[in-house]
Ligand binder design. Structure first.
Ligand code: BDR
Ligand code: CA
Length: 304
């Protein structure tokens, strides 16, 4: 099994991605770390614990950064609701799974103690990963790759040109992209194509307990509209881990705009090589939407 750490800010689409990752037989999710993003650190950590309890899995959770490195915090409660995961009445979380140590320390230990290189699935702002790289640069030797949902090869959703996870903490994203750790970027433009329509959510609803739970979260998710399709951003990153053939990938250089008053947080994806730099990321440039849908529904079908 592939050892995985999920760094997340649940988040309705995070919840779906976590469900799929936890139930896949080829992955071993060893740790879930949380980062302020969609809502506050306290809320996203509580949500992660609720999910672990719901799935009856003993995966430890560690709380990480409560704000970005430099920028003021933003949130996306307009998309995910005030609690970040509204719409389902979860049981109170099992606090015993919450580690006392900071997410960055927990990740460091997990990575250094792992007999196999660890994959990081990053589906929130990149603050924790950037801190990890700066505090413990030696981790790079035992990270297989970072697969992130974030950035965009096209336009943005948090600004004209910036996607939420990168826009929330652009300096952190810059550290990650400059780190030389193998990196896969599955961006906003891919998520915009990975849509779940009413007929799909009806199938999901009847499948199992997880399907029912997700169906209820979907009624509160403003990441698209039920009728025009809900955007499964974070699941596309899990999709890359589990079924990379769904994607068309370009190895290319990506830089993060940190200064432009109109473009701060934009991922500058140099597909044509204007900047003359060596590639630092594999960037998903297209997704087979029919395959995605089939994979997505089948994956929910494997859940509790
Ligand atoms: C990303 O932003 C968040 O709101 C979602 O959970 C996803 O990680 C999409 O831009
Ligand atoms: Ca997220």
């Amino acid at each position: 099994k592939k050892p995985v750490i999920i760094d997340t800010d649940p988040g309705i689409d995070d919840a779906v991605a976590i469900a799929i990752a936890l139930h896949d037989e080829t992955l071993e999710v060893r740790l879930i770390t949380t980062v302020a993003g969609n809502v506050s650190l306290e809320k996203v950590t509580n949500n992660a614990l609720k999910l672990v309890r719901f799935f009856e899995m003993d995966v430890p959770v560690a709380a990480g950064a409560n704000r970005p490195l430099i920028k003021e915090a933003i949130d996306a409660s307009n998309v995910h609701g005030e609690t970040g995961m509204g719409g389902y009445d979860f049981e109170e979380p099992d606090e015993s799974l919450l580690l006392k140590e900071h997410a960055v320390t927990a990740m460091y230990k997990e990575i250094m103690n792992s007999e196999q290189p660890v994959t990081i699935l990053a589906i929130g702002p990149l603050t924790n990963i950037a801190l990890l790289i700066r505090l413990h640069p030696e981790v790079s030797d035992n990270i297989k790759e970072i697969v992130m949902m974030g950035g965009s090869t096209a336009r943005g959703n948090a600004g004209v040109m910036a996607e939420f996870n990168v826009f929330a903490d652009p300096e952190a994203a810059k550290i990650v992209f400059d780190s030389d750790i193998p990196l896969v970027m599955v961006g906003l433009d891919i998520g915009l194509k990975a849509l779940v329509y009413p007929e799909d959510s009806r199938i999901i609803k009847g499948m199992n307990e997880t399907g029912d739970m997700i169906y209820q979260l979907f009624q509160h998710y403003r990441g698209g509209s039920l009728r025009k399709g809900l955007k499964m951003y974070d699941s596309t990153a899990v999709g890359y881990l589990l079924n990379p053939d769904m994607f068309e990938i370009a190895e290319t250089y990506v830089d993060i705009e940190l200064n432009g008053p109109l473009t701060k947080g934009c991922t500058v994806v140099d597909l044509k090589g204007y900047l003359g730099k060596a590639p630092n990321a594999k960037v998903a440039v297209n997704i087979d939407t029919a395959q995605f849908k089939e994979w997505f529904v089948a994956s929910i079908g494997k859940c509790k």
